[in-house]
Design a protein around this ligand. Sequence first.
Ligand code: SAM
Length: 281
Amino acid sequence: MNELKSVLYLVATPIGNLDDMTFRAVKILSEVNVIAAEDTRHTRKLLTHFDIHTPLIRYDENNKDIAGTQIIERLKSGDNVACVSDAGLPAISDPGTDLVKLAIEANIKVVPIPGANAALSALICSGLDTTEFTFVGFLPKTQKKCREVLEHLKSHEETLIFYEAPHHLKATLQNILEVLGNRQAAIARELTKIHEEFIRGDLNELKAKFDNIEPRGEFVIVVAGSVNEISNVIDSSEYSLVELYKKFVNDGLDKKSAMREVAKKFNISRREVYKSVMELD
Ligand code: SAM
């Protein structure tokens, strides 16, 4: 039995595959006094599956002010509360952030119960650089604001991670392509589910995959960071063609992008770079 009192637990739940529920999540959700859920009907199904009978209350974007205050009162009175969203980590493109702020202000202990997350699951299988990344989440829905955000991200060298709903996927890919240029990218679809799929390539290729089909399911888009910044700070006169290629690859570019950047730097065709690089093998 949980000995702690007045703890706010942020509990991860599966993003598709129920086997991704952790033992600790089941334990905590069974032991807390109440579970604050984004959608109580959705979470009830999860609880039923794991034979958990803890009472549920709604905590979502629409009632977060009132519900947040009530939850903090319960925590102050000694109750333990778990916050869950419909899937993955609460507070990541999901309700929870404001509740955490309120809890911290009230000197309440906040404890993470880690688990499934769509962004990181997509990133690690993307084949793109994982050393530095920016989680963008959902881009704004209006074209103008969406492009403003993308313009701001354009010079970022780190990998970018976006969430998108199926009916916006095509438009979002188009916006990303137009503002950021044709970069390497990966689309992770239906992570952890039966139809899990990774589509990798440049943004033009990814967009073309959906030319004749309507996207279905849940999607994460992972896009390589800006390569221009890396090449802009390099004086190519200090390097031979092959040395520069090797440097770009060592700096984290994939081979195709490295060849493209070398071609730009030496003002020659990619084919010529390709020939020289092939002689290396
Ligand atoms: N809190 C969640 C997390 O930790 O990943 C994210 C919730 S956000 C409201 C929902 C978005 O996450 C979806 O539109 C999609 O972009 C992404 N997502 C969630 N589950 C996914 C899955 N199984 N496969 C691919 N993307 C997923």
